[in-house]
Design a protein around this ligand. Structure first.
Ligand code: M6R
Length: 366
């Protein structure tokens, strides 16, 4: 059932190109010009009436929501807040009938996410669910459901479910933008074209997995490390850090690169590994200067950057490059080396990769 792979996690990492293709599937029209989301029953008027969006989820699904916020805000220009479900449900959030609540849950059974969904409905919001399980509790309670066609995810550490959630957010952001007339047709078309290239681009990253393995073996000897990034790179850094903690038991923190000097820089000492994500062209110069800050204090830096980027190549000790895509789409590529990094670090430490200690695949307790 592991189809020749040593672990479910590795199998699921390698299933991502298929998961991307299946999740996009018939949701892009044949001409590659428009998004077709028939499962979203909201009328154009109802979409126009959305004043704010709350994205609510836990763990990795929450991290997908962080990317979702940028995607929806930049494409459709609707204000979005993202919150973990266990906070959202207890703080009496301001929910109006013009609020759309998007819940994200691979399993569709997470207790806090389900309770947040019910609370949102009680307050009169419309709820859209992004889930991987057809017929799950979350999918039954929501008004609209976008299914991520990642297929069953067995490993506790979420990989293909996360990236399929990203694809769902790209489709939804484009769909809202198209319905609201927020983007020129060319922008929608160009983004769709770039989306369609992602599966092949992930394949090319996977073909380079050996490089990550070597680095993972090095970091598996450390007890502390940092992930840094700005903008969407920061969102991905948070996911990379969770993944590493979850299965390798190495302590790590994800920091917004510009925030380091406000305290955390004090923890940077000789030899500490820092994983620096720098895929956002507009923020590159600033991120590179943060990389120099940590390098000057002895950090050993592994950069993740886009192909052909000389500036970052010069600033880091090791560089992993991802193929070029639109800045908004980089998370769907840059997270893949981080998944492999956690996998190989966990393996090097002799951990049970698929079943990390203290954790369950589906968290049905509050
Ligand atoms: O099934 P869900 O997406 O609702 O699960 C949410 C989290 O429990 C889950 O993403 C968790 O953080 C993963 N084990 C992380 O890899």
């Amino acid at each position: 059932e592991k189809a020749g792979y040593d672990h479910f996690m590795l199998k699921e990492i390698y299933e991502q190109p298929k998961a991307y293709r299946d999740t996009m599937g018939a949701r892009i029209d044949d001409a590659g010009k428009r998004i077709v989301l028939d499962e979203v029953k909201m009328t154009a008027q109802q979409i126009q009436d959305i004043h704010q969006i709350h994205i609510v989820a836990c763990g990795t699904a929450y991290h997908a929501g962080l990317v979702g916020k940028s995607v929806i805000e930049s494409l459709a220009r609707i204000p979005v807040e993202v919150e973990v479900a266990s906070e959202y449900r207890y703080r009496n959030p301001i929910i109006t009938p013009n609020t759309l609540v998007i819940v994200v849950s691979q399993s569709g059974e997470t207790a806090d996410t389900l309770a947040a969904l019910k609370e949102a409905k009680r307050c009169g919001a419309r709820v859209l669910a992004i889930t991987n399980v057809v017929g799950s509790s979350v999918s039954r309670e929501a008004d609209d459901v976008i299914v991520t066609w990642a297929g069953p995810e067995i490993a506790v550490a979420s990989t293909k479910a996360y990236t399929s959630q990203l694809i769902a957010f790209y489709l939804l952001g484009l769909y809202f933008a198209q319905t609201l007339g927020m983007q020129e047709a060319e922008v929608i078309e160009e983004t769709i074209q770039a989306l369609r290239q992602l599966p092949e681009q992930v394949e090319s990253i996977l073909a380079d997995a050996e490089k990550i393995k070597v680095y993972a073996e090095q970091i598996s000897k450390h007890d502390n490390l940092f992930f840094i990034g700005r903008g969407l790179d920061y969102a991905v850094a948070q996911e990379g850090s969770l993944k590493l903690k979850e299965i390798s038991y190495i302590h790590s923190e994800a920091y917004a690169a510009g925030e380091l000097k406000h305290g955390t820089l004090a923890l940077i000492e000789e030899g500490i590994p820092v994983i620096a994500l720098a895929t956002q062209e507009e923020l590159l110069e600033k991120t590179v200067s943060n990389i120099k800050e940590v390098a000057a204090r002895g950090a050993y830096v592994m950069g993740v950057g886009s192909e052909g980027n000389e500036e970052i190549a010069k600033a880091v000790d090791e560089l992993f490059t991802i193929p070029r895509t639109l800045p908004l789409l980089t998370p769907a590529l840059s997270v893949v080396p981080l998944q492999l990094l956690s996998y190989y670090a966990s393996l090097a430490r002799g951990n049970d990769v698929d079943k990390p200690r203290n954790l369950a695949k589906s968290v049905t307790v509050e």
